[in-house]
Design a binder for this molecule. Sequence first.
Ligand code: 5AD
Length: 343
Amino acid sequence: MKAVVERLVQEHSLTKQDLISLLSCCDSATFSYLRQEATRIARQRFGFGIFLRGLIEVSSYCRNDCFYCGLRRSNRSAERYRLSDEQILRCCEDGYRAGLRTFVLQGGEDGAFTDARLERLIGSIKHLYADAAITLSLGERSVESLARLRRAGADRYLLRHEAADATLYAALHPSDMSYSNRLQTIEQLKELGFQTGVGMMVGVPHQSVESLAEDLLYISRVQPQMIGIGPFIPHRQTPFAQSQAGDVRLTLMVMAIARLLAPKALIPATTALATLSNEGVRQGVLSGANVVMPNISPLEVRGKYDIYEGKSQAYNQNIESVKRLGAELESIGYHIDLSRGDF
Ligand code: 5AD
């Protein structure tokens, strides 16, 4: 297996068969070597700095019905909320004061966030905080809509592809969601000049090692600027309530492979990873991650953005705990980097 990892490091690519062998292999020597190489490659480019992005969860309303997500529209017991522009701007103000230079506006697909409203909001944030980057993570929108948001000043867009294998995509989403539209939207984001993020969950029901290999090949082909990979965590009000959570070790392995396939990418240690492991942030960084996204949503709505079980009780990467995060990173020789960290 060492030869396979060496090939991955040298060529930044692997065949599907090699990816499957690597993902199926569970000896700890290979696991350590893979992570060691992933962190080495990340440090070559980024040093020991870890970028912070302030995450603002703007709405828990969603028109979609994804089988894995607690915010799905069929979840009648979900508590829904939507932040006002004033609330969002206050989050930016606090975040900016704490040193953050990227704001991520993330939410379900909520029709109340019209193009006109988002244009105004993006304009206000850019006017007040001209040196900050704006990342949107608001699901699929028409190309016309995305073009307007880009023109308004949004810099980056996160849209996880969720599954590069069409059969798996269909097993995770109702039939009114389209695999080809998802991938096409990602292409449009790139064409519009957004720094674009893709990604997937590890250990979601029906996912095989083959489908994970497909995800990694997709990442290798697209060379996205950002890659979000976290473990699946079941939510009781979804069809996948009885399923097992994704495996932390496999998640770390997939992250390390993604780092080696896309050496320049920005890869977060996700909240989902931190939810499953107290060591999630550090373990993520030691698998090649170089971004942490502290939650800077207003306290009164935190916990209502209930994508999966336990998130609200999880180690909360909020701005108040940035100091603690700094200390955690220092314990493994890293530090917080407050710069914008563009691709
Ligand atoms: N467990 C882990 N991650 C999830 N997501 C949605 N539901 C879950 C879950 N149950 C991820 C999806 C989505 C992102 C916002 O969160 O990949 O794109």
